[in-house]
Design a protein around this ligand. Sequence first.
Ligand code: BG6
Length: 525
Amino acid sequence: MASPNGRRSSTEDSLVYIRRSLKSEEMDHLEGTHFDFSFPHVFITLGASGDLAKKKIYPTLWWLFRDNLLPKTTIFFGYARSKLTVAELREKYQKYMKLKPGEEERYEEFWKLNHYVAGSYDTRKDFELLNQELERHENGKNAHRLFYLALPPSIFEPVTVHIKNNCMGKKGWTRIIIEKPFGRDAVTSQQLSDHLASLFKEEQIYRIDHYLGKEMVQNLMTLRFGNKIFSPTWNRDNIASVQITFKEPFGTQGRGGYFDEFGIIRDVMQNHLLQILSLFAMEKPASCHPDDIRNEKVKVLKCITPVDVDDVVLGQYVGNPEAVDPDERLGYLQDTTVPENSNTPTYALAVLRINNERWDGVPFILRCGKALNERKAEVRVQYQDVPGDIFDGKAKRNELVIRVQPGEALYIKMMTKSPGITFDMEETELDLTYGNRYKDLKLPDAYERLILDVFCGSQMHFVRSDELSEAWRIFTPLLHRIENEKIRPISYKHGSRGPKEADEMAKHNNFMYYGSYKWVRPQHH
Ligand code: BG6
């Protein structure tokens, strides 16, 4: 299947990847069984009529199928309480599938491979029925089964018990994919982990943090360990502070009921931002094996002391009466699904400290918020001032910026002599903007990469239970204090930068904001 220029096709790449991972799987779990590539792979979405299934899972499965990235033998099952037909499901999801002209035939093939079973989540006989349907379509062969739990956490437990008792693949493997929330504090998360561990082996459990599927997050390892230039400066001797930011320009948009139970710290900081931090700050792993990497992530998390409430700024957005956009005129408490007088933060800045030889004294500033002035996720590494200044304080600090989204980019802010007959200096950048450097680049969505990883049996980009428990250890005392003491968040205007107290706290933690430089996304030529 090699193309004329010698490059393998994407199908071939993914199958090579699948075969390679299955070799080790074979040794671990399928000992004695001859691995047969004609085994059907069955992807079962539980909660198939819900929001996550509609917006993410079905579109992702379609794109992977369209691009020939799945094993040829894959079939798809949906399971939910609503009595639906596949045709109805298809109709309901049409607008999210982003079907392009010319793809109609392939799209038909995709839906032909889809099946749907209606059943409840707490009745054994419904899962027996699901199993019978699965077996019927597996044609009596051994099959590999992937269960995606697109379900509210309140039913994780009964559903996983029913899967274990009624729906395990006989000789093929069974893998379980789950989404956050993984509990709401250290204790409840541990209960969930213990429950899952009583049913499945850790290597069968895939905890999704979709930030681990993003291009620039996956790039962190290469950037750090594939370049001589960065490693020697990646420490307390050179770096003043590290800021990891997540900003969204919209509020809860009717999702306030869910959001209010969790708040921004559980929704974004404890998972997405902390995952980025651990990949950024960990020591070099012994190899690229998923467990070597995850061992290092756990190790660095263990060096982080629980966040103190004095190192945190909390905010909640209020409507901006002057805004043109009617949505921006609304505050969090005006979302009808949010309880009256809720104290839930929609913005948080927290300063974390890593007590190890590399990072002692370097503040890691995590900040995230909804209803802010822009959509942006990035890591900003600010270097220290140049010692022995000869430029009258004009040299601004270097910054390495890893822009996760939108518009993936890596750039280094640096000083140069202003060009021409002058000895002045100015801020400029070394810029690697992906859209410019890689023409016509189309990066896969995070879910595409992650779901494909599950087919391949690669846990590199999934959260292991010990990582999760460290993440909760760091945030649980803070979360409990916020809730028990009913700490009131500071109001900030919908569409603003967030509370000014947050900028002040960043400043006190060795992050200099000059206001003199703005990165301009380069235009395509
Ligand atoms: C989710 C959060 O995990 O991530 C949402 O629950 C948030 O509140 C979303 O909007 C952001 O994801 P992305 O990929 O759009 O940055």
